[in-house]
Design a protein around this ligand. Sequence first.
Ligand code: HXC
Length: 276
Amino acid sequence: LKYENITVENRGKVALVTLNRPKQLNALCSPLFKELNDAMENIQADSKIGAIVLTGSQKAFAAGADIKEMSTQTFIDNYKSNFIADWTKITTVRKPIIAAVNGFALGGGCELAMMCDIIYAGEEAKFGQPEIKLGTIPGAGGTQRFTNHIFSNTENRNFVFLKRLTHAVGKSKAMEMVLTGSLISAQEALSSGLVAKVFPSDKLVEEAVKTAEIISSYSNPIVMMCKEAVNKAFELSLNEGLHLERRLFHATFATADRKEGMSAFVEKRKAKFEDK
Ligand code: HXC
């Protein structure tokens, strides 16, 4: 398929999606999002693909929503079209998405990265929610998802404690970014849990693809169950979350791949998953 604002390349079982408006620092115009949504739908339907890497250029993952496009929009335009609503379509993709962020991930660009499942950053990456400088606020999850991601990085399962920890650690950092528009470095993003790993800029995409290859080597339905279970941790109470997790765990015993995975261990050989 031919796209104008993105490219899609298959690397074995990994789909590499690259935002491709380098001159505009990958500003996220509406046509770009239409293409991205279309590509993600096709990738979700493609049984040969197990995981996705989403990246931009060396200078910018994405410098935000397209300010030139937004500059003439009115409230009524945005309300009627429900501007931004279609951006969240990417969060309905069931296969894991790794955001590989080099350069700027600002405003909607930072939010797009946060809609992915894992964020890897290049050493020179800069994250921020500078909307306040434009007289507006984050509109695609920037005030909501940020703390979630810090929360997701914590392994302690004590829910009440975690919620308080989120407010103590996540809120202050998120408020600082949203209220000042200041940018944080890859290292700061790493220490606050926004990104999972930092790599030299020129190695970033290949490292993200390597991780995506590892994920793709597992059973795709089981991978999707893992993603579903982790995402539900943000929405359900601890008891409901544990219940869902246990039922999904039970459900894995209805798959041939679970049988194969355990048999392979017992027989001391490599498992051969067939996505069934
Ligand atoms: C449209 C953009 C853009 C954007 C950069 N460009 N960001 N165009 N929308 N978000 C364009 C510039 O106009 C310029 O085009 C070209 O890209 C290169 O950018 P420069 O500014 O010349 O580059 P540089 O001096 O290196 O500065 C880089 C930068 C700066 C610091 C990232 O471009 C910047 O501050 N951009 C805006 C960042 C921002 O405010 N993002 C939040 C957007 S609001 P020309 O034609 O002049 O060469 C948002 C709302 C989200 O995202 C809520 C709803 C989703």
